[in-house]
Unconditional design. Sequence first.
Lengths: 397, 163
Amino acid sequence: MSKITIPLGPQHPALKEPENFMLVLEGEQITGATVNLGYNHRGMEKAAENRTYIQNLYLIERVCGICSHSHTTTYITNVEELAKCETPKRALAIRTLFAELERVHSHLLWLGVAGYEMGFETLFMYTWRDREQVLDCLEMLSGNRVHYSINTIGGVRRDISAEQKAGVIKRIDYLIERTNYYIKLALEEPTVAARTANVGKLPPEVAIERGAVGPTARASGIARDVRKDEPYLIYNELDFKLITHNTNDVFGRLVVRALELVESYKMIKEVLNNLPEGPIAVKVPMRIAPGECVNHYEAPRGEDIHYLKANGTDKPERLKVRAPTLANLQSVAYMMEGGWLADVPLVIAAIDPCMSCTDRAVVWDPKKGRKQVYGWEELRKLSIEQYKRRGVDFTRL
Amino acid sequence: MSEFAREEKVKADIEAKFAGAVTNASVQRKNRVWLELEPSRLPELLAWLKAAGFDHLATVTGFDEGENLGAHYHMTDTKMLVNVKVKTPRTNPVLPSVLKVFPGALSYELELQDMLGIKVEGLPPGRRYPLDDDFPTDQYPLRKDWKVEEYLAKNPLFPTEAK
């Protein structure tokens, strides 16, 4: 049979982000794959050189819609290391709390997307409904669902009150119950196993060679997790297991992420119950003494690494950001080779896609010059009223 | 410096093995080793580090120091980070490719070529990354003398839409 090369993307069914995969097909089977990137290059590293350290905090937060806390924490660890700043213990604990809440939010989102890609849309609906709980926690603590902006140089911006703590624990208890159901589902549901087992194989030696990170590497049996290997924040004081799985396929990636959720819940509760007392931030000078340093961080998708060079002014000389997806993409090309065309969206999605969302609208009335923020309930009421005017009454349904 | 015994040992081993090619080796703190290397020995050193357990090339950071361009290769065994710095003259910037040792480094090396104009010898043919296909090939945005304003003055955004 003759070989055909087809492009998948930049706009394609697997991710909501632009990426192009050139697939060489022999019938339905893939014999070769190359990844082409760069459609979304925003020149952030150059932009960072023209902004002050504090301005960069808000720029770096927007590197990713989901790992926003991961990137700022890595960046800020570098800045604080160069500034020789002693960050208060309470601030580090709050950063850890946000890091784990972010992991829960990211993994639940991924579970839903994986469910969607394998044709199990009920799982998608379930996990995304439950993900609202953790987004509510983040909103309650920081004021925002996605870009929390909790970090500031020298500490964090907001403290946690007793009511907030109780609210988070209540929601986490609900999520623990739901996650146990998902784990049962992942391990016992035959359709899930049939759709994910032996799909997107990545043997451990290839994973190492191609530099895979995070859950992608851990599902190939590689015990790599920056939280364990070089503990940052307060991870050396927390009790959690490093989850690995040895099936090397999408099924393994599903199991690793589901079990990691349980570890995150444990850590969230542990941090909240043992929050150290004290200040939440210290002052750090605007100018940072010359020097260079590099730090890594376990983001939900894997190792995130930043390099920072300071030149004595209030702006960095060079900032390098390497997000985990870039490290994992070389493995995706391998995973697709020898597989089937129909598995491609699932294989790509298995390293974890990225999206940001928001559920409310701000309406500005120029005549009255005032702003009004509509929440979910109000938007729902408005839509019901609008349909009522058109003769359809949804309240009776 | 018994506090950093492991770091000192890695540093001493590299210095002994690559005597003459390594300069400015230092232990910055726990788990951080920095050193500068003769560019021609780069693939050899990375292969040696890989065999010694540093089997993850975390990333490559390109830089512009004025007279010299260059790159940091951040190698890790997941616990310790060994940062290998190589420099190459601005007038003829060339670095050897490390793809034979780390096939996963492809996007990092393409980035050095596109963003800093460092020619990486031994790269396979293929599309450019990360810049756009119609971005000028003689401009390197991460060089310090490249200014966004100057570029935009010469290349207005979306020329097809400007009426």
